[in-house]
Write a protein that binds this ligand. Structure first.
Ligand code: PMT
Length: 432
């Protein structure tokens, strides 16, 4: 079974719980979704409230449970439209026969049905009901109708039921349910593509104990690596010093200085189709780092700095066939600087973000979990408003996958890679 955190980390999941004896298992579903890194909000129908207390879900999800469609206080806070907009995906588990029927009819007579109707995000239902209700032609019709509209069916399982019958109608085991739900996000957009992504700061030695660096935490680059792997890409993440866990399925190379990052990137390029420079690489380093600790003898100290290699520009110059994405971190005049980088470095896309005090809405960006990006490419642009870096990374990967097609339409595509034996990213084999 796939590790669900690979697809669910950072996702906003709306869990609908309806009136079925299996409602008590939904608590375990919430727990597993959160373990996989998802943020979970729960909507309970009136029927669900007959089986489980809302407090259970409030405690497990860490958020108040939503129950009423026509509750003035709730609508003033996070109302049904707001909930529909908030979610990245909706999972209804357990989904009773009655709820499937109401969903198939497009009813909006309770909060959960109204949110499902008002939302355009992926919707999955995990039925749980008596075996005869599941086998009834009416339920079968409803399920067919929902399937034709793109609603994903997860389960049901077969086996002994609470009512004493045996057959199909059990809720899938929460572990299986969450793993299969996570797989809905496996887009395959970058399947067979190798990507090299840089992240984090670099450290430039002044002497054996001191260095020049910057405020990058690596979060943006690590989320990009995660999103690219989730989209099926084979990702090499070259990171400066950060304290972040390696995303699942990603090959990581740790470096310290700009020079080390440069060398690691060049070594990783064979077979690569996409390069993304999210690292905040030092532009200058001490020209002559001291071999021993500099002593505090003089009143002032002057450091002579020299330029570091421009990794992004160098990659594009050496490999024009690579789709190269750079970042632009600017405190002012974002668009002008970003467009200038696009042209000067000859790259294919720039993701511009405002940093420092000019970006208070994103907590200054460095180290924050949120960001806002503006993308520029030759002949186009797109705005990705303030959101979690996880969500922005997925959006950026989608834009890259789309632009990549136009890029390859204009020039021959580099070879795709497949892992030898199909399991590791080490020892790739090039194929036509
Ligand atoms: O790490 P976080 O805390 O999550 O913060 C995210 C971020 C702000 C670091 C990230 O979103 C970002 O903007 N990264 C690029 C920061 C940067 O160095 O920008 P720049 O405008 O100075 O550089 C432009 C581009 O050239 C970047 O893609 C950079 O990786 C690349 N570059 C710069 C210098 C150099 N010597 N070599 C390079 O490849």
């Amino acid at each position: 079974m796939t590790d669900p955190s690979r697809f669910l980390a950072g996702r906003r999941i709306l869990l609908g719980v309806t009136g079925s004896i299996a409602a008590y298992k939904a608590g375990e579903v919430v727990r597993r979704l959160r373990e996989a890194g998802a943020e979970v909000r729960v909507i309970m129908t009136a029927g669900a409230g007959e089986f489980v207390r809302p407090l259970t879900f409030q405690a497990l999800s860490g958020h108040p449970v939503h129950r009423d469609l026509l509750d003035e206080a709730a609508e003033a806070g996070m109302g049904h439209i707001e909930l529909a907009r908030w979610a990245d995906a909706i999972l209804v588990a357990p989904a009773s026969a009655d709820f499937l029927a109401r969903l198939a009819q497009g009813r909006a007579d309770d909060l959960l049905a109204a949110v499902c109707l008002a939302s355009a995000v992926p919707l999955a239902v995990a039925p749980a009901m008596n075996a005869k209700m599941w086998a009834s032609p009416a339920t079968a019709d409803n399920v067919r109708t929902l399937g034709a509209r793109g609603v994903v069916l997860l389960g049901p399982d077969e086996g002994p039921q609470a009512c004493g019958d045996t057959g199909a109608g059990r809720l899938l085991a929460p572990e299986t349910l969450v793993a299969r739900f996570g797989e809905l996000f496996a887009s395959g957009l970058l399947a067979g593509r190798r990507l090299v992504i840089t992240a984090g700061p670099t450290r430039e030695a002044i002497d054996p104990v001191r260095y020049l660096s910057n405020r990058s935490s690596g979060k943006m680059g690590f989320q990009l690596a995660r999103a690219a792997a989730e989209a099926g890409g084979q990702v090499v993440l070259i990171s400066g010093p950060v304290s972040l866990e390696t995303p699942p399925g990603v090959e990581r190379v740790d470096v310290e200085s700009a020079q080390e990052m440069y060398e690691a990137v060049l070594a990783a390029l064979p077979g690569t189709a996409i390069f993304i420079g999210a690292a905040a690489v030092a532009d200058y380093r001490p020209a002559r780092p001291a071999a021993a600790k500099i002593k505090k003898t003089a009143e002032t100290l002057t450091l002579e700095l020299e330029r570091t290699p421009d990794i992004l520009a160098e990659v594009k110059a050496r490999r024009p066939d690579l789709f190269c994405v750079g970042f632009a971190a600017e405190t002012d005049d974002l668009e002008r600087h970003a467009r200038d980088k696009l042209v000067r470095k000859g790259i294919d896309m720039v993701a511009a973000n405002r940093v420092g005090p000019a970006a208070p809405e994103a907590g200054g960006v460095f180290g924050s979990d949120d960001n806002a990006l503006h993308l520029f490419w030759p002949g186009g642009e797109a705005s990705l408003p303030l959101a979690s870096k996880a969500r922005l990374a997925r959006q950026l990967i989608e834009h890259i996958a789309t632009r990549l097609e136009a890029f390859h339409a204009a020039r021959p595509e580099p070879a795709k890679v497949v892992p030898l034996g199909g399991t590791t990213t080490a020892g790739m084999q090039e194929v036509e």
